[in-house]
Write a protein that binds this ligand. Structure first.
Ligand code: 6PG
Length: 466
């Protein structure tokens, strides 16, 4: 049997799709799974690709089947189970071998694991993989954090299975240890904001403009055919137009309005706040998912507080403008968190590269990301997306639409937490002088904190302390 270039442990949805993708790219792949009885059905499903897939039912045999230096990729949940597997695997490896975590991990855990394994001369790679099952099978976008040595070793494998945009593979080495998982986390935060914005626009069309789901789906389909093209816009168009075969109703009408979440959106919001930043649109999206899950409370509140919503007189052009402005602002907030993390962890994050590898394969891929890559590539480079020539002009054109939509929604009693967060952030950043003079005066009044005085050096106190 030929030695495998990589071993994939974990044959769930993502692991098996990635293993098949690699085999299809001509790579010999060793595979293993905690439940060994998954191996048979997986190999049967692999068809012709089975010739390059090598199943093992013990960890020892799995490691023995790998070419040296070895590469083992874990495709299992990144919590305690991963720590247990790393503890079991590490003694079987040699210095210079690499362990990859291809799941959605908290980057703090990735940093901890990388540091612990470095002491044993083992490389640990945190690989953010986006694109869901189809992406993993036919070309995901991949965000790698780890050593240069691991990247050089993995590069041929990863580039051969990654999504491509204009012939360029959507995979890059973004920095050491947790950099890849952090960028993936922020990707998911932007994904949350995008999905929430779309849900809010759907809500306005449905509850404010009395449009049936199929018609709203058609609007999203039109948007998907123009500058607002994105994977999520297309998904939204399709699901809104789908019919439930059992009831004959639109599928969305038979789905419970309580959203799940596995944690990456929450991590984005938490990390933003921890670093003195705010991803207000991501916070709004995470909060909205949490409130959505409180179905019983909302049903009671509808009776107690009254659930009346007014009809809205909005054009689909205004809604499209709101979506465009919100998309720019959501991504801008995401890139600001990346900038804060690059400063805090001394990561060499290149925003143009990140925008480039998000252009295909991943869940937030959109036509706009190509313009974002160009904005970050501009000379001189602009780190603030909202200040780049292209996006400042787009916002100047589209902010009035966002404002019109938010004003109408708020006046009509329609909840638009992410759209309002977007507008509030844009309006805050548009003011060279804000209102924090009062906050500083209040802090000084009750806590003698002092404040900086315009045109003078040093700390000052108000007359309440004289
Ligand atoms: C991706 C997705 C994928 C998944 C997340 C979000 O990039 O392929 O982001 O990772 O959708 O798990 O899941 P939740 O919405 O359940 O938090």
């Amino acid at each position: 049997m030929s030695e495998a270039a990589i071993g994939i442990y974990g044959l769930g949805t993502m692991g098996s799709a990635l293993a098949l993708n690699m085999a299809e790219a001509g790579i010999e792949v060793a595979v293993a799974n905690r439940e060994t009885d998954w191996l048979g059905p997986f190999m049967a499903r692999a068809g012709d690709l089975a010739a390059r897939l090598h199943p093992h039912d013990t960890l020892g045999a799995f490691v023995a089947g790998l070419a040296c230096p070895r590469v083992v990729m874990f495709m299992i949940p990144s919590g305690a189970a991963l720590d247990e597997m790393i503890a079991a695997l590490a003694p079987l490896l040699d210095a210079g071998d690499t362990i990859i975590d291809g799941g959605n991990a908290d980057f703090h855990d990735t940093r901890r694991r990388a540091a612990a394994l470095a002491e044993r001369d083992l490389h640990f790679v945190g690989l953010g993989i986006s694109g869901g099952e189809a992406g993993a099978r036919h070309g995901p976008s991949m965000m790698l954090g780890g050593s240069d040595r691991s990247w050089q070793h993995l590069r041929p494998i990863l580039t051969s299975v990654a999504a491509e945009y204009d012939g360029q593979p959507c995979v890059a080495h973004l920095g050491p240890d947790g950099a890849g998982h952090f960028v993936k986390t922020v990707h998911n935060g932007i994904e949350y904001a995008e999905m929430q914005v779309m849900a809010e626009l759907y809500g306005l069309m449905c509850h404010g403009m009395a449009m049936p789901p199929g018609r709203i789906g058609e609007v999203f389909a039109v948007w998907d055919a123009g500058p607002l093209q994105s994977y999520l816009t297309g998904v939204t168009a399709e699901v809104l137009q789908a019919t439930d075969p059992e009831s004959g109703h639109p599928v969305v009408d038979v789905i419970l309005d309580a959203a799940g979440q596995k944690g990456t959106g929450r991590w984005t919001a938490i990390e933003a706040l921890r670093m003195g930043q705010s991803a207000s649109m991501v916070e709004a999206a995470v909060g909205a998912r949490s409130w959505s899950a409180e179905k019983a409370t909302r049903q009671r509140a509808e009776t107690v507080l009254g659930g009346r919503r007014l009809a809205l007189d909005l054009s689909t052009e205004a809604l499209a403008g709101a979506l465009e402005a919100a998309r720019v602002l959501g991504h801008a907030q995401g890139f600001r968190i990346l900038a804060a993390a690059a400063r805090e962890f001394d990561w060499p994050l290149e925003f143009a590269t990140i925008a480039r590898i998000w252009r295909a394969g991943c869940i937030i891929r959109s036509a706009m990301l190509d313009d974002m890559a160009a904005a970050f590539d501009a000379v001189p480079p602009e780190d603030e997306l909202i200040l780049s020539e292209h996006f400042a002009a787009r916002l100047a054109e589209r902010l009035p639409d966002l404002r019109q939509v938010v004003v109408a929604a708020v006046a009509g009693g329609h909840a638009v937490p992410a759209l309002s967060a977007a507008l509030a952030w844009a309006d805050t950043m548009r003011q060279g002088r804000g209102t924090a003079d009062l906050i500083q005066a209040q802090r000084d009044y009750f806590g003698r904190h002092g404040f900086a005085r315009l045109g003078q050096e040093g700390r000052h106190h108000g007359p309440w302390w004289s």
